[in-house]
Ligand binder design. Structure first.
Ligand code: HEC
Length: 158
């Protein structure tokens, strides 16, 4: 609401809504959760970093040590924040997260840790080293999705 629209009547209505107590809706009426938006954005950025590396691995792009190293750094950072992004049980209609994440939180956390370890273990010094170490990370993405994400799993959509 802009200040221009913030007329006395609107003001009263707002006060009345607030007085209705904590059950009054405090989020936007579209039913979308900013937590879900953030965790989806985190996952999408991980996919972008993975795409850089898988293209090099498959020979679709030239191996570039600096780009590979920066993708590795990005992946360490993002995998290490998976837990934080999923800690609270939030859902909205866009989400493909399975609710058992929050019933099996220790296992979910362990899988996030496994992904972080695999990201740290990426070796970007040479193409053969990348080829050797990337499948471990890919596997950790896919195995968590298998259990906790309700869309068909594939190498093209993960
Ligand atoms: C610990 C579990 C876990 C790990 C590890 C994990 N993901 Fe996810 N990922 C999820 C969950 C859960 C969702 C569904 C989130 C939602 O829809 O609310 C998801 C969703 C996604 C999406 C879809 C986002 C969207 O907009 O719908 C992509 C892309 C993705 N992950 C990529 C990756 C990549 C790449 C990796 C590995 C580097 C990875 N994920 C590792 C749990 C994980």
């Amino acid at each position: 609401m802009t200040l221009r629209l913030f007329k006395p009547l609107a003001c009263l209505a707002l006060l009345a809504a607030l007085a209705a107590g904590p059950s009054a809706p405090v989020t936007a009426g579209d039913g979308l959760s900013k937590h879900v938006t953030r965790r989806m954005a985190l996952m999408t950025s991980q996919k972008a970093a993975m795409d850089v590396l898988t293209a090099m691995m498959a020979g679709r792009s030239m191996f570039d040590k600096d780009r590979a190293r920066s993708a590795r750094r990005q992946l360490i950072k993002s995998t290490s924040s998976i837990r934080k992004h999923f800690r609270k049980h939030r859902m909205d209609p866009r989400s493909n997260a399975r609710p058992q994440i929050w019933n099996a939180w220790d296992d979910f956390k362990a899988r996030a840790d496994t992904a972080e370890t695999a990201a740290r273990n990426l070796n970007t010094r040479s193409l053969p080293a990348l080829r050797r170490t990337l499948p471990g990370l890919m596997q950790s993405c896919l195995s968590c999705h298998d259990t906790y994400r309700s869309t068909p799993n594939s190498f093209t959509t993960h």
